[in-house]
Design a protein around this ligand. Sequence first.
Ligand SMILES: [Mg+2]
Length: 246
Amino acid sequence: MTPAPPPLALLLDFDGTLAPIGPTPDDIAVTDDLRELIAEAAERLDGRVALVSGRSLDQLDALWGRSLWPVTVAASHGQELRHDGIRRAPPLADIFPRLIREVQARFPSSDGVVVELKSFGLGLHYRLAPGRRDAVRAWTEERAAEHGLVVQPGDMVFELRLPGADKGDAVRTIMRLAPFSGSRPLYIGDDLTDIPAIEAARALGGSGIAVGGRIAGHADAVLASPEAVLEHVRTVLQGSRRAFIT
Ligand SMILES: [Mg+2]
């Protein structure tokens, strides 16, 4: 007997995916049809529906109103996250002040490594101590692995920052949360920024659908328009107890 496939999670881009793009960013409409469909999806999939958008959370709230409440939202390309009605971004931001003490123990000021505390990151500059490069790199990589952070190498600096700079990070973050964890993500998007998200979904055992031709080569299937996306989501929801096959 084959084990039951993991349940489906829907991760959706907004502009150009759920609604047609207008001449200006303000020319986009959240129709009643779309609101109803998203509400139905959230209900049928036990909350495993997320919007993954380059827009800010405030922008999305202004456009969607309360119909966005039952949905997990990764906004600003993943820099902002709202889950279970709680703004979680940046959930790990307080980690950087806490890491300061560890840095100071590892690299005392006599070492020449300059530590820069940022809002969402911690920079370790080794310009004054180039010989410490490998040690700084190893330390930041270890902390990143330990705390789920990302290492951003720069000009004589290694910076620890929060994940979430792209939609792939957003997908991985969402898929670690209940009720998403253990499910199979289906990501739908239309633009270049959606490519890392599709790749993340596939790496997690899911799949990706492109809307229009721009990123068709990166997806498992292509839908022609936002209208076709809504129709497809309706079909998926009707069969949501079965494995989704693109
Ligand atoms: Mg888009």
